[in-house]
Design a protein around this ligand. Sequence first.
Ligand SMILES: Cc1cc2nc3c(=O)[nH]c(=O)nc-3n(C[C@H](O)[C@H](O)[C@H](O)COP(=O)(O)OP(=O)(O)OC[C@H]3O[C@@H](n4cnc5c(N)ncnc54)[C@H](O)[C@@H]3O)c2cc1C
Length: 282
Amino acid sequence: MNDLLIIGGGPGALSCAITARQRNLSCTVISAGDTSGWLARAEQLDNYPGLPRVSGRELLRIFRDQAESLGASFRTGVARQIQSFGGTFMVLVDNDILEARAIVLATGTARPQLLPGEESLLGQGVSWCGTCDGMFYRGKRVAVISAWHGGVEEALFLAGLASSVDYFTLKTHEAPADPRITLRPEKPTELRRENGVLEVIAGGSALPYDGVFVFRPAVAPDRLLPGLALDGSFIHTDRRMATSLPFVYACGDCTGQPFQVAKAVGEGNIAAISCSEDLAHA
Ligand SMILES: Cc1cc2nc3c(=O)[nH]c(=O)nc-3n(C[C@H](O)[C@H](O)[C@H](O)COP(=O)(O)OP(=O)(O)OC[C@H]3O[C@@H](n4cnc5c(N)ncnc54)[C@H](O)[C@@H]3O)c2cc1C
């Protein structure tokens, strides 16, 4: 079990990992991918102290190399759900469960744009997790709606259970090539239940399914960790970067403006120090 799991992969998460390792905490950084955060999109930064005119990708590489050289572990994947059981956090990452004594959320600003009907049907035929809910659809008709390549693996897993899997692409990525999966060219615009039938509205038609799985490279923070207090759409923290939940901290853009690398890095450092102090007294 890790002392600390850090959800993110941008400057906030990597700064937190660096200080966590200096404080001798074992930690794993869980990230949807090196190019998925904001910093990878910044062509040149002119206001990060000590590294004038650095590109976002280069800065990320430097941060990551430093964290890795200090012994931080890395895991590529989306954290979908976090649950706390008697002092241990269980984090569902794709099809695995990782455990830790504390959590740092450094998830950036990504807020998934949900389809109309998606939220209200969640748990009633609509799911965001193939591993959690796939078994309910053994021998049934399933739709996978995916905004990224992570949906491919989930669709392959579901194809081993369901009687049929239709794959809809929300944003361009390489779709699965498997004879058990039917690729649908239409763009889904809505999910609904009409006369008891779960339907995907796509290309002007209402297509019936028993289950609909939606996959995106981000999860809203209060869905990721139920009970987490928010300030608007940002995670509420105090000056120690502690959230409303014990042993859960947050840093970077997910705690609010200004959206700046220096702020993310500073907050990541504070989150790691607070976490190390709290775990020492646990
Ligand atoms: C074009 C552009 C130019 C910019 N220029 C500057 C500049 O000049 N100076 C400056 O200071 N700032 C600049 N910024 C802002 C800066 O990039 C951000 O403030 C900074 O990257 C925030 O860091 P972060 O770690 O909080 O989030 P991010 O860098 O956004 O990283 C968040 C990471 O978390 C991952 N993630 C989210 N949810 C999950 C999950 N459930 N499971 C796993 N991983 C997850 C994301 O995929 C992402 O990799 C710029 C941003 C952009 C877009």
